[in-house]
Design a protein around this ligand. Structure first.
Ligand code: IMP
Length: 179
């Protein structure tokens, strides 16, 4: 098993780039099928989603807009339980189909917070996309419309996901070993 060290912690290979790519293709195919003809704005949640959003959006075949918000809830490998908005949502979402792109849904607090901010702007429809979901960690009733896959409640890095800013550059996804 391939292991690496990032930010002084040991991680082992968990999801290879080829599988990630298949997950992205699968989500893009569904979005292309479901949302053709709608006025769509993709709303990526920074920082973790920058790679996933870039890959996904390049596979979208209809005319669309793309924007980002920046939220923060994690310190190292632990969630703080409170979500801070660092860069908010602009205006102009009214009447549009908003597709929120999240890298990973853990407690669900970040997505819940974003959903509230987006709803306040009266869009026609809100859809959620997440590459990964930890059902055992989720404490909110969150609907993910387009999901890559579920994972156990373990800390992961790579493909944009970080541990205190480290590990985002890895092409594969790794999980913490605890060793
Ligand atoms: P939530 O608010 O607890 O659902 O957490 C969402 C955010 O926490 C994600 O957008 C990530 O930035 C971060 N996060 C949650 N789990 C992990 C993980 O396993 N590795 C890296 N970041 C994570």
């Amino acid at each position: 098993m391939k292991t690496i060290k990032a930010h002084n912690k040991k991680f082992e290979l968990f999801i290879e780039a080829s599988e990630i790519s298949r997950m992205v293709d699968n989500i893009a195919e569904k979005l292309n099928h479901d949302l053709k003809g709608e006025e769509v704005i993709f709303l990526g949640i920074l920082d973790g989603t920058f790679i996933f959003a870039a890959d996904l959006i390049r596979k979208i075949e209809f005319d669309c807009q793309v924007t980002f918000v920046k939220m923060s809830s994690y310190k190292g490998t632990l969630t703080t339980g409170s979500v801070e908005t660092l860069i908010g949502i602009g205006t102009g979402l009214e009447g549009k189909t908003i597709v929120i792109i999240e890298d990973i849904v853990d407690t669900g607090l970040t997505l819940e917070r974003i959903l509230k901010l987006v709803r306040d702007q009266k869009p026609a429809k809100i859809l959620t996309v997440a590459l990964l979901f930890k059902p055992d960690a989720c404490i909110r009733d969150i609907r993910i419309d387009y999901l890559g896959r579920e994972i156990p409640n373990e800390f992961v890095i790579g493909y944009g996901l970080d541990c205190d800013g480290f590990g985002r550059n890895l092409a594969d996804i790794y999980k913490i070993t605890g060793a």
